[in-house]
Design a protein around this ligand. Structure first.
Ligand code: SAH
Length: 227
């Protein structure tokens, strides 16, 4: 798969290539018992999960990265393989998925990885998490207005939230005020095509602290997204 990574501009070491290979193996093996991904064909997993996850790497800064709603480990495990020096926290609501994430971190011998089995909104006010991360990522978790309330409280002032999206115009305009209320500022919207699929990275800078009242409870967030 070296050629594939090369064609997307990722010049990986033998060790990194082996890690992606091992990750593919355990992901698809575990997937037979417990659903982590609808895609299992090797090339497709590499493009739609691995390469897609790496697309946000250029916006990662600082050492601490928190991924919200990691599922099978996207985008955070590919980012950790690319950037081994990051300290990674994965927050995932489903315990069985956390079981896989812990297993993957151990199997791939990834250091400085913490898996937290919780809903983001339930831990975002805890001082160990609040405004503690240089970078926060999330892919396929919620619409951008809701997602911003779940994720921006984790970002340090001066840090970055990277939302991985498909076609995002409508979500973006609906989320503009929510982002501002939560202390964020949309700094870049990067659109690209991945094997014919439209992808968008929404990059949000944290310019102010998030007011203490956010995030609200899950029920309130969903009933009345910030607008
Ligand atoms: N990011 C992965 C998984 C997407 S599916 C990927 O791109 O493939 C969404 C995941 O987010 C699910 O595993 C779900 O359990 C988790 N999730 C949804 N809401 C959450 C919340 N509020 N806090 C933590 N995890 C959440």
């Amino acid at each position: 798969m070296k050629k594939l990574f090369d064609s997307y501009g990722y010049n990986l070491s033998e060790k990194q290539l082996a890690l992606f290979n091992d990750y593919y193996e355990i992901l698809t093996e575990y997937n037979k018992k417990f659903n982590l991904t609808a895609i299992t064909e090797k090339n497709e997993v590499y493009i739609k999960h691995f390469i897609d996850s790496l697309s946000g790497a250029e916006f990662v800064s600082g050492e601490k990265l928190t991924d919200i709603g990691s599922g099978g480990g996207f985008p955070s495990i590919p980012l950790k393989i690319l950037l081994p020096e990051i300290k990674l926290t994965m927050v995932e609501a489903t315990e069985k998925k956390c079981g896989f994430l812990r297993y993957a971190a151990k199997f791939l011998k990834l250091s400085e990885v913490t898996v937290v089995n919780a809903r983001a909104e339930d831990i975002a006010k805890d001082k160990n998490f609040r405004e503690s991360s240089d970078t926060v990522t999330a892919r396929a978790v919620a619409k951008l207005d809701i997602l911003s309330e779940l994720c921006l409280p984790f970002v340090k002032k001066g840090g970055t939230f990277i939302a991985y999206k498909g076609k995002a115009e409508e979500e973006l305009s609906a989320a503009e005020n929510a982002v501002k209320t939560l202390g964020g500022e949309i700094s870049e919207v990067k659109k690209f095509s991945l094997n014919g699929d439209e992808r968008t990275l929404v990059v949000i800078k944290k310019v102010k602290n998030t007011p203490d009242v956010y995030p609200r409870t899950n029920a309130k967030i969903r009933k009345k997204p910030l607008s």
